[in-house]
Design a protein around this ligand. Structure first.
Ligand code: MTE
Length: 320
């Protein structure tokens, strides 16, 4: 996103997914896909076979949500091999490779702060908070690429109801798991860890805000934030924090990782907004992974009917 080292790609350097997908298919057709030396290091990384994805298990979904888009889903292999998860490296293909041994069980999430009933939830308890729904959402990264993902989860508000926020709570602060032993690549990323994020309480309670526990009918692959993450579809992807261990209801706006790193570039709100450019690139258009031509970016990523009223009277150029 921001960190520039000679080895890094900037968003504009990133080749369209179709280019390397075609290359992989070409190599397979030639019978070379298994021979790293022929493929070249970078193509080999990119062409990591499907079966190297960390084992996931099937998740039963009670309902298909009316909030789902009918747009075409991005192929699973793209969503699991083009990731931002800086704890496992900054290269888009690094998390798929480096997160395979990440231990996500046992897991618990502590929910605390300004609540009447603070509580630690085991993963089994989280899965039982509410019926799991499938929600097919557009997901727009600040780097101007996008995907369409069939998430599995339940609305954040269902968790909030169990812990009962007090009237003092105005924001929700989220924290990711961090273990430098399991995430040795993190130290090269230039970010401070653990990764932290935040939402205003009314944003968190909006029916679109999901606690994600799976995708494509299965539990989350490690590189996509196993075992539990946020999904906030009208905001840039970095607000959708992965591998959560702590949720804190708080009175004041909490710090967020990217805002700390570069406050001029990444604000607290981070609503998808084609009219407010990133200081270094335009946000007017985006490239859907797997497509060659860019498409216009929609205000609030197309979720304005559900969320625009949250920002009535606010100047979204100032509160970016
Ligand atoms: N959460 C943590 N803990 N660490 C990260 O580096 N990257 C964010 C977000 N959540 C990130 C994170 C960014 S920049 C994006 S675009 C999304 O995760 C990417 O989610 P995906 O890889 O499942 O598409």
């Amino acid at each position: 996103m921001l960190i520039r080292r000679p080895t890094d790609l900037t968003y504009s350097d990133v080749s369209p997914k179709s280019v390397y997908t075609q290359r992989r298919e070409f190599l397979r057709a030639m019978g070379l896909a298994g021979v790293a030396a022929f493929a070249g290091a970078s193509a080999w990384r990119i062409g990591m076979p499907f079966d190297e994805v960390h084992a996931t298990s099937k998740l039963d979904v009670a309902t298909k949500s009316p909030f789902s888009t009918t747009e075409k889903e991005t192929p699973y292999n793209d969503v699991t091999h083009y990731n931002n998860f800086y704890e496992f490296g900054t290269d888009k293909t690094a998390p798929a490779k480096n997160a395979q041994k990440f231990r996500t069980s046992p897991w618990s999430v502590s929910v605390e702060g300004e609540v009447k009933k603070p509580r630690k939830f085991s993963m089994d308890e989280i899965l039982k908070i509410a019926p799991l729904e499938e929600r097919i959402y557009r997901h727009r990264c600040v780097e101007a690429w996008s995907i369409v993902v069939p998430w599995i989860g339940f609305p954040f508000i269902e968790l909030a109801k169990l812990v009962e926020p007090t009237p003092i709570a105005q924001f929700v602060a989220f924290e990711s798991f961090f273990d430098p032993g399991q995430m040795p690549q993190a130290k090269y990323s230039g970010l401070e860890y653990p990764y932290v994020e935040g939402l205003r309480l009314d944003e968190a309670m909006n029916p679109l805000t999901l606690i994600g526990v799976g995708m494509y009918g299965e539990t989350l692959p490690n590189q996509d934030g196993a075992p539990v993450r946020m999904v906030v579809p009208w905001k840039y992807g970095y607000k959708s924090i992965k591998s959560i261990v702590k949720i804190r209801f708080v009175a004041k706006q909490p710090p967020t990782t990217w805002n700390r790193m570069a406050p001029r570039e990444y604000g607290f709100y981070s609503n998808v907004n084609p009219n407010v450019d990133h200081p270094r690139w335009s946000q007017a258009k985006e490239r859907r992974l797997g497509e060659i031509f860019k498409r216009p970016t929609l205000m609030f990523n197309g979720y304005g009917d559900q969320v625009a009223s949250l920002y009535n009277g606010m100047d979204l150029k100032k509160s970016y």
